[in-house]
Design a protein around this ligand. Structure first.
Ligand SMILES: Nc1ncnc2c1ncn2[C@@H]1O[C@H](COP(=O)(O)OP(=O)(O)OP(=O)(O)O)[C@@H](O)[C@H]1O
Ligand SMILES: [Mg+2]
Length: 251
């Protein structure tokens, strides 16, 4: 099993879009993929046309329901572990459990004894949270999603420090990379920041994903970009990001 945590300090930068489409890209390369929605927004399911309410945050999970019981197959071929539609009390109890056992997710995932080639892609809420620390603690690889703007750039030191805290020094952690999302050729400041990020992060740039309406339209149809428009720029970009991930995992 390899665990890819998709994270960002800022909200709305495209983590869920990347999680869903990266999962599909890895699945298209022949790897079994489990996409995990570790965000109480519970929105990753919409990328997979799944409208069920079971999931991680429901009280059963902390009382011993195995994760394998709540994983759902999807039309895209990716297995989905939804956050679930839970009550406020259930969310608070779940977060208390995550705060109490810092390796909760990691232990649950290892408890499933998944095959070596299984890819687990974890979507997270923005910024520091119990969810982010759980995802980073379980990660083999962290994909930091940023926009090529000053706001995202300013958050990079915070994200680096979180990765240092939860990942670096762990023997099963491989590396982190930066995925630059919503790149627009016509935007001069965006181009400049992209250039600075490429120079600074070099081999750690997972890839550039251009702004492509097809990526947001795919969500409106409950599909991933490969189902919705396989010849689009978004599909090409996401496929390249998948290839970076596989290379970095040594596959
Ligand atoms: N490359 C892209 N091109 C066009 N639209 C995009 C792209 N990436 C993301 N979007 C759109 O931007 C919006 C925010 O994306 P998304 O929900 O994936 O962000 P997020 O980081 O998961 O947000 P949150 O922090 O709330 O979890 C969505 O409407 C999505 O369709
Ligand atoms: Mg999201």
């Amino acid at each position: 099993m390899k665990v890819v945590a998709v994270v960002s300090a800022k909200g709305g930068v495209g983590k869920s879009t990347v999680s869903a489409n990266l999962s599909a890209a890895l699945q298209a390369q022949g790897y079994p993929v489990i996409a995990v929605d570790l965000d109480p927004q519970n929105g990753l399911r919409y990328h997979f046309s799944l409208h069920q309410s079971t999931g991680l945050g429901l009280s059963g999970t902390i009382h011993g329901t195995p994760l394998s019981d709540i994983i759902r197959p999807t039309e895209a071929g990716v297995a989905l572990l939804p956050y679930g539609e839970c009550t406020e009390q259930e969310r608070q109890d779940f977060e208390a459990e995550l705060r109490h056992n810092k390796r909760w997710l990691s232990e649950k995932l290892h408890g499933m004894s998944l095959a070596d080639d299984v890819m687990v892609v974890i979507d997270t809420p923005p910024g520091p949270s119990v969810y982010l620390s759980q995802a980073l603690t379980a990660a083999s690889l962290a994909v930091v999603v940023v926009l090529p703007d000053a706001g995202s750039y300013a958050t990079l030191p915070q994200m680096r420090s979180l990765i240092e805290t939860y990942c670096l020094g762990r023997p099963d952690f491989i590396d982190y990379g930066l995925l630059i999302n919503q790149v627009e050729q016509a935007h001069q400041l965006g181009k400049d920041i992209t250039q600075v990020l490429r120079t600074t992060f070099d081999e750690r740039v997972v890839g550039l994903v251009h702004t492509d309406q097809a990526l947001s339209e795919a969500l409106a149809y409950g599909q991933n970009i490969f189902q919705y428009r396989s010849y689009s720029e978004g599909a090409r970009d996401m496929q390249a990001c998948g290839q970076w991930v596989l290379r970095r995992l040594g596959l």
